[in-house]
Design a protein around this ligand. Structure first.
Ligand code: FMN
Length: 404
């Protein structure tokens, strides 16, 4: 923690829950906001100088935690499109620049997200891919029920992939990041293990329960913990929804969550990050019309819980980016709801994604109560460069099968 921080004075308690400090593992965090991982600043499988500038600018405006965009471990199965980074030896220098720029702003906490495309990887003509003949990898060769792509991973493939994750985490630590976030959400590789539709394995990596299907992510967490030591932050991000199926569930009932969370915590996780389409939507409306998935998780663990979903915006990411339902701004109202959620103990940190893309000064404005002239989020304007840089043909999002 920098002594000259204007955003967090650890000796002065603040009445505003949003700007009260907390601790992730052993690292103090200045407030309850985080920037989530958002792939938009990589080209040629490497982060750009523009990414470093954008993240630096956002960090300067005050979120407690910055999470870098999903980067894959170095392995042929991880290469999808050059707009999605690799975090490996070949890209460590560029990532080092990003880390230095963000940490140079002061007392922000930096987590680097480790992601893997899994079965969503599609190689298309005209898109630079150094391993076009390598198949997509996943637990059972499925994107979702009845939709094959690539092959099921062998035990050796699992071992190699785990080692590649560990290498990435060790690089992240060496660059100075406070920790990593393991992406187990949205239908990508590690989520395909968690989801019953896509994990049909009969070995020790499959099973009828969520806790059984968590074996591979738990092994990766243990291995990263062993390689990075006790102080490194390991956040685990998971979601019910998938890009290919908004109505999907990895936990059919809240009871599925307890053993799953315990297993991940025992493996070495020390933050849970629940990605929701809307942060305060009830997880199981019939059981409790108020409680979000994050809020259920809070009742089952003492670890800090992050959540996210449509803060400040009227439509969620998937409807917005994939289905063209453009959101309108509702920042002031949502900030009230976020404060209520924090006060009720529903979560410990809140993520702001798209609204922080269009307003890198979002957190500073909330701190000042200045809601005038906030910019709305328009994907074709705010993500124009990112949109131009990747192949839409190389995306496997299924427009035909999505719950509301
Ligand atoms: C352009 C863009 C790229 C994204 N890339 C990632 C990513 O790399 N990893 C990830 O876990 N989520 C990714 N997401 C999802 C965000 O982390 C976040 O969960 C989502 O935008 C919902 O938050 P919001 O409603 O505040 O925007 C991305 C979202 C956007 C808009």
């Amino acid at each position: 923690m920098q002594p000259n921080s204007t955003l967090f004075d650890g000796n002065r308690p603040t009445a505003d829950a949003l700007f009260s400090p907390l601790v992730l593992n052993k690292t103090p965090v200045r407030n309850r906001f985080f920037l989530p991982a958002m792939q938009r600043g990589s080209r040629g499988y490497k982060p750009t100088v523009g990414m470093a500038k954008t993240l630096r600018n956002t960090a300067d405006n005050g979120p407690g935690v910055i999470i870098t965009e999903g980067a894959a471990p170095e392995h042929p199965a991880s290469y999808w499109q050059p707009a999605f980074s690799i975090l490996g030896k070949e890209t460590a220098d560029e990532w080092g620049h990003v880390v230095r720029e963000v940490l140079d702003t002061g007392d922000v906490v930096l987590l680097m997200q480790l992601w893997h495309p899994g079965a969503l990887r599609l190689v298309v003509d005209g898109i630079e891919n150094p391993y076009p003949d390598h198949p997509a990898w996943s637990p059972s060769g499925l994107i979702q029920e009845g939709r094959p792509n690539g092959v099921a991973m062998t035990t050796q493939d699992l071992q190699d992939t785990k080692n590649a994750y560990v290498d990435s985490a060790v690089i992240a630590k060496g660059l100075g990041a406070h920790g990593i976030e393991l992406h187990c959400a949205h239908g990508y590789l590690l989520d395909l293990f968690l989801w019953h539709e896509t994990n049909l394995r009969s070995d020790e990596y499959g099973g009828g329960t969520l806790v059984e299907r968590a074996s591979f992510p738990a092994e990766i967490i243990s291995a990263i913990r062993a390689a990075t030591g006790p102080d490194f932050i390991i956040s685990v991000r998971f979601s019910q929804w998938k890009e290919v199926d908004y109505g999907a569930r990895i936990a059919q009932h809240p009871d599925d969550l307890g053993p799953f969370l315990t297993r991940l915590e025992q493996a070495g996780a020390n933050v849970f990050h629940i990605s929701a389409r809307r942060f305060d939507a009830p997880g199981w409306p019939l059981l409790d019309p108020r409680r979000s998935v994050a809020s259920w998780v809070k009742t089952m663990t003492d670890l800090p819980v992050m959540t996210i979903g449509s803060v400040g915006l009227s439509t969620d990411l998937a409807s917005d980016v994939f289905d063209d339902k453009e959101p309108v701004l509702q920042v002031e109202d949502d900030v009230v709801r976020v404060r209520q959620g924090l006060d009720a103990g529903d979560f410990d940190m809140i993520g702001v994604g798209r609204a922080q893309i269009s307003n890198p000064d979002f957190v500073d404005r909330v701190r000042r109560g200045d809601y005038e002239n906030l910019r709305d989020f328009k994907k074709y304007r705010d993500l124009a460069e990112a949109y131009e840089s990747y192949s839409h043909e190389g995306q496997l999002v299924d427009q035909s099968r999505k719950g509301d």
